[in-house]
Write a protein that binds this ligand. Structure first.
Ligand code: ADP
Ligand SMILES: Nc1ncnc2c1ncn2[C@H]1C[C@H](O)[C@@H](COP(=O)(O)O)O1
Length: 211
């Protein structure tokens, strides 16, 4: 990104429990960015989805897609810098194809969903900076347990592992804009202030050319 252009949209990507919400809160406080969180607590499908994925996967994907598009429209209408907890790319490049590949979303539903995403994608711009939180499955499991959402208690290890594989493939080919990868197994920003400082210096370098 040109250093003179004000960054309006910072996004944090990462698997379930990687620490996106925690980092969104910390960075929004430090940089005075407006946080946009995922629609989790008032999500009408999430609980049912974890009970019966084949029944609810399509409805959940449409719900997330709509909520993510609304966030993007709001970001681009406003003038303030926003930090977004999870991107639309993760729904369409990671969760939905994984559900399809696991036989939890039919081919017909996946193709319908993906074609709708392709249409919407032409209307959105990528973030000015994407921060990817990379975490191993044991770290994800530990953090999901620490958070203690009841409906996530039965998330299977192979589900997280498969999502991680999709994340790796997506990030390896991500060319839409500036990217910063943080290894969460090595950087405990939630616990050590100096680790958060390291992340902020990297963000300053990317966004403002400061070292
Ligand atoms: N870097 C970290 N170090 C220690 N604990 C963390 C870290 N990041 C997140 N956590 C904890 O892990 C849990 C899940 O984090 P959260 O930010 O909700 O993840 P996500 O939004 O990616 O699903 C929370 O209880 C949070 O306090
Ligand atoms: N697109 C999605 N498909 C299935 N599940 C999803 C999707 N986006 C988010 N989720 C789930 C994963 C978690 O249980 C909650 C919240 O995500 P988190 O990574 O903890 O912020 O929603």
């Amino acid at each position: 990104m040109a250093k003179s252009k004000k960054a309006k949209h910072i996004a944090i990507a990462g698997n379930i429990g990687a620490g996106k919400t925690t980092l969104t809160q910390l960075l929004s406080k430090h940089y005075k960015w407006i946080p946009h969180f995922e629609d989790v607590d008032h999500n009408p499908y999430l609980n049912d989805f974890y009970e019966d994925m084949p029944r609810w996967s399509f409805q959940l994907q449409i719900y997330f897609l709509n909520s993510r598009i609304n966030q993007l429209l709001e970001i681009h209408r406003g003038s303030e810098t926003v930090i977004q907890d999870r991107t639309i790319y993760e729904d369409a490049n990671i969760f939905a194809p994984n559900l399809h590949e696991m036989g939890l979303m039919t081919k017909r539903d996946f193709e319908n969903y993906y074609s709708f995403f392709q249409t919407l994608k032409t209307m959105v711009q990528p973030p000015d900076l994407l921060i990817y939180l990379q975490a191993s499955v044991p770290t994800l499991v530990g953090q999901i347990q620490k958070r203690g959402r009841e409906y996530e208690e039965n998330i299977r290890l192979d589900y997280l592992k498969r999502l991680n594989e999709y994340y790796t493939k997506w990030i390896d080919t991500y060319k839409e804009g500036p990217l910063l990868i943080i290894n969460v197994d090595e950087n405990k920003f939630g616990e050590k202030e100096e680790d958060l400082g390291i992340i902020m210096s990297k963000i300053d370098a990317q966004l403002y050319g400061l070292f």
